[in-house]
Design a protein around this ligand. Structure first.
Ligand code: ZN
Length: 299
């Protein structure tokens, strides 16, 4: 993917709290990915997973730390083309630019969600969290949280090829949860797991919303009227699909869990379903193609 060199970045959408919470030991093998998968739903059900320590040191929401550095470093798309952190800022700008326009088209108002980059641990409106839980969206404070070492884990633990667009897919999925929160979809989710559970439908819809953004990214104008993202290639899409395949419940159970596939424990959908719904979003290009709650055929 390529960014337009001359488009200004908005670093106010990102809070850089890395190095503030202090690093914690990462144990437990594949836990990071479980977090991406489990955290949101558990939180929706009214509590953090018991394994997440509460009351740890971290930044309180609303504090701004180190974000000045990002503002200095990431001024335009040119910086996004050369620096990884700035690419993430640009991606977040593009995702929110798209949803802001899309909400406006349907007579709604989009509320921006800040993404917090943290390292090790962080305090959130949903309680304390460590990097073990992976990237997540906290509905209580309306923020996305990510320890960027997760991207390295995707390559080292899950064998993903990685790449900027693979990283974009993860962020766009979390913003999909923000959209669901704003639309009230998440409120209607009934607890439970399994291949046709509401939790799985919510997750597959977030994948689909990520695809919808990807479809529209090169046509979403930034502040100066020009799109921030100039091109997304087939290779980029393949990177995202590669990640989707490696965070499917069956893949994780087989390769990072017990080795047995147990559909009754599905919380995010199988690899094939996650690929299917991301592609449905990309091909459809419209959130109405993401009716994972209405369909009888989740894939
Ligand atoms: Zn999710």
């Amino acid at each position: 993917m390529e960014f337009d060199d001359d488009v200004a970045l908005d670093t106010s959408q990102v809070q850089d709290a890395r190095g503030v919470g202090g690093r914690v030991a990462l144990g437990g093998g594949g836990l990071g990915i479980i977090g991406l998968i489990v955290y949101f739903v558990l939180n929706q059900l009214g509590g953090l997973p018991a394994s997440v320590p509460l009351g740890i040191d971290g930044v309180g929401s609303g504090q701004t730390l180190n974000s000045g550095d990002l503002a200095k470093e990431c001024r335009t798309g040119k910086d996004a083309n050369t620096k990884d952190d700035c690419a993430l800022v640009a991606i977040i700008n593009s995702i929110q630019g798209y949803w802001s326009d899309e909400f406006a088209r349907s007579g709604r108002t989009y509320r921006q969600a800040t993404t917090t980059f943290f390292s090790g641990s962080v305090n959130t409106g949903c309680g304390g969290a460590t990097a073990d839980v992976g990237p997540f969206y906290c509905p209580a404070d309306g923020r996305v949280y990510i320890d960027l070492t997760f991207y390295k884990e995707l390559r080292t633990k899950f064998g993903a090829q990685g790449g900027t667009f693979a990283e974009a897919y993860v962020l766009a999925h979390e913003y999909g949860h923000h959209v669901q929160n704003l639309l009230g979809t998440s409120d209607k989710v009934r607890p439970g797991t399994g291949p046709t559970s509401d939790g799985v439908r919510l997750e597959l819809q977030a994948d689909c919303y990520a695809g919808v953004w990807a479809n529209n990214a090169v046509n979403t104008p930034a502040s100066n009227g020009r799109p921030l993202i100039k091109s997304i290639t087939q290779q980029d899409v393949d990177q995202a699909l590669d990640v989707a395949a490696r965070i499917g419940d069956d893949f994780i159970q087989k390769n990072l869990g017990s080795g047995q596939v147990d559909e009754s424990q599905f919380s995010h959908g199988s690899s094939a379903q996650r690929e299917k719904w991301f592609l449905a979003g990309i091909n459809g290009g419209n959130p109405t193609t993401c009716d994972t709650f209405g369909t009888r055929n989740l894939g």
